[in-house]
Design a protein around this ligand. Structure first.
Ligand SMILES: Cc1cc2nc3c(=O)[nH]c(=O)nc-3n(C[C@H](O)[C@H](O)[C@H](O)COP(=O)(O)OP(=O)(O)OC[C@H]3O[C@@H](n4cnc5c(N)ncnc54)[C@H](O)[C@@H]3O)c2cc1C
Length: 532
């Protein structure tokens, strides 16, 4: 009967479209897409970081109430009040020594310079009805660069496309370009294992990674792109008393910064992740671990494509297959770049080239304290859901999550040699698989499907560089080492601010190059842990 009615009253395409909507709605529900997106457990909470290094959560600073322009913070250092466009919370006058980490408000609407279709259930139905023939290219293909831009971003990874998007959206810089030597997202962005967390030790790191975490939580909706954000929780295991002490200390430091962190004993670890082997007689018994529930994973390509699409809609030129071969300067200031697609005039060059940061900086005789190393990862054959979270262990040195396709995604640390090859040694894989089986004996007969490598740029203090340089108009964002993915939106956001205003804001300031002269390092080797 149903079939008869269906056949009589609806064309097949309508039924197909309705079916697609139902599947999509269910997919949204499972993936927590825009509309059903879960907010960070602490997204609404204010964290305050003191300039003196002390930190307090909103509970400790209950009078935090004034919302005003960042100018208030900037004016303390003599900057004009209207300099920065995002809102910034300050404590009351009596506690004005406390500078709050900015909470970026959710901003779903921005001016589309180029008409781009919004992805929605409506557009899915429309496209379903006409056989999916009307989808546009996600971003404009720009084959020939313009003769000049107000700024050029070198590197079309996550950080580069994010920088372009925030420059256009928040600073009104629309005559800009992202120049990528390969295809966008083909560097570390497309090779990383996407672990996201913000439980770093130092206040400066906590501020930038939590800033990123807040942005991740609403990014899918803001970009109108499904980034498959999954806040499934990140466990860091401890295997000896020293490690347990260090991790517990980090939990306390995180809590003081208002960051979601908890210590679990071995039994609680197993309750959260049943496949972890907590047998006390193994070589490295699990004594417990930290849990950041809001941590998780997302989809790397989608993040880059989402940023590129939104930036392109705002007028940014995304130029692929265009390698920067030189940077031209005159009287100590940037005036342009040379590329494999011709010369471009520009007063600002922002390098976001991950493994090649020092190669780009050398073009203007800037020496960076960076080493480039291969970092590899691998995935298993797909299996049914087995690992519900991300598990990391520094002592046995492996980490593991499970992708939506069912593959176990497995990684460890960098290869020790300096190299620009996107592949690593077999000994690292052998070691990390031995560690994996030790932690999860249940996977001992699993076959591995594929392996790959990227090039990461590592700073001596395991923290990033977000910095101006001695060359006017040349800015560097790099040195994120093995853990830069999680910072992507926060890094792009504060770097855009630096490039637009030629001054770092409070979040970016500790990551300037001069820390290697002043000695004010942001030492994060402990919290950077097993890669990430
Ligand atoms: C195997 C692996 C696993 C990882 N796992 C994680 C993880 O789980 N969590 C986490 O937080 N981080 C992780 N990372 C680190 C993370 O991927 C990086 O820190 C981050 O992606 C760097 O961001 P990016 O956008 O600057 O880099 P990239 O995506 O590498 O972008 C830089 C771009 O610059 C381009 N470029 C270079 N030179 C030039 C030139 N001369 N002209 C034009 N373009 C140029 C490159 O082609 C590249 O596309 C991992 C990295 C690897 C390799």
């Amino acid at each position: 009967m149903v079939r008869l009615v269906a056949r009589a009253s609806f064309p097949k395409s309508v039924l197909v479209a309705v079916g697609q909507v139902v599947v999509y709605a269910e997919f949204c529900r499972i993936m927590e897409l825009p509309g059903t997106e879960r907010r960070s457990v602490r997204a609404s909470k204010e964290i305050t970081v003191s300039r003196t290094g002390k930190a307090a959560s909103a509970e400790n600073a209950p009078h935090t109430h004034q919302i005003r322009h960042l100018g208030s913070a900037a004016s303390q250092s003599g900057k004009t009040a209207a300099r920065r466009p995002f809102s910034w919370r300050m404590g009351p006058a009596s506690s004005h020594h406390l500078v709050s980490v900015p909470r970026v408000p959710h901003c779903p609407h921005f001016t589309w310079v180029f008409a781009m279709k919004r992805y929605s259930i409506g557009s899915l139905i429309r496209e379903g009805l006409r056989g999916h023939t009307g989808w546009e290219q996600a971003w404009r293909q720009v084959e020939t660069p313009k003769a000049s831009y107000d700024a050029v971003i070198i590197g079309g990874g996550g950080h580069g496309t994010a920088t372009a998007y925030y420059l256009a959206k928040e600073h009104g810089m629309r005559n800009i370009a992202v120049v990528e030597k390969g295809w966008i997202g083909g560097g570390n962005a497309g090779r990383n294992t996407t672990i996201i967390r913000s439980n770093y030790l130092n206040d400066a790191s906590a501020a930038i990674y939590q800033h990123a975490m807040d942005l991740w939580t609403t990014l899918g909706r803001e970009l109108n792109y499904n980034i498959m954000m999954s806040h499934r929780g990140v466990l860091n295991l401890a295997h000896d008393d020293g490690e347990a002490r260090a991790l517990k200390r980090r939990v306390e430091a995180n809590r003081l910064n208002g960051i979601d962190a908890a210590w679990l004993d071995a039994k609680e670890v197993q309750e959260f992740c049943p496949i972890v082997n907590i047998d006390p007689d193994i070589r490295y018994p699990v004594l417990g671990g930290t849990l950041q529930k809001v941590g998780g994973v997302n989809r790397h390509d989608a993040v880059v494509w989402g940023y590129a699409r939104a930036a392109s809609a705002l007028g940014v030129d995304i130029i692929q297959n265009c390698e920067v071969t030189d940077i031209r300067t005159e009287a100590g200031a940037v005036v342009g770049i040379e590329t494999t697609r011709g010369s471009i005039r520009t007063p600002k060059v922002a390098s976001v080239a991950a493994g090649h940061s020092s190669v780009i900086a050398k073009m203007v005789d800037v020496k960076l304290p960076i080493e480039s190393h291969p970092l590899q990862a691998l995935v298993s054959e797909p299996i049914k859901p087995l690992n519900p979270c991300v598990v990391m262990s520094n002592a046995v040195h492996v980490y593991c999550s499970q992708s939506d396709k069912g593959e176990l995604v497995i990684g460890a640390g960098i290869d020790p040699q300096i190299s620009y090859t996107q592949r690593g040694g077999f000994d690292v894989i052998e070691h990390q698989l031995a560690a994996l089986i030790e932690l999860f004996p249940i996977v001992s007969r699993l076959r591995m499907l594929r392996q790959w490598g990227g090039i990461v740029d590592v700073c001596p203090d395991a923290s990033a560089l977000i910095t101006k340089t001695k060359v006017k108009g040349f800015y560097v964002n790099g040195g994120w080492g093995t853990g830069g993915w999680k910072a992507t939106p926060g890094s792009g956001h504060v770097f855009a601010d630096l490039v637009a205003n030629d001054e770092p804001n409070e979040i970016a300031a500790p990551f300037a190059l001069d820390r290697f002269y002043s000695g004010k390092l942001v030492a994060e080797h402990g919290a950077a842990a097993v890669a990430h």
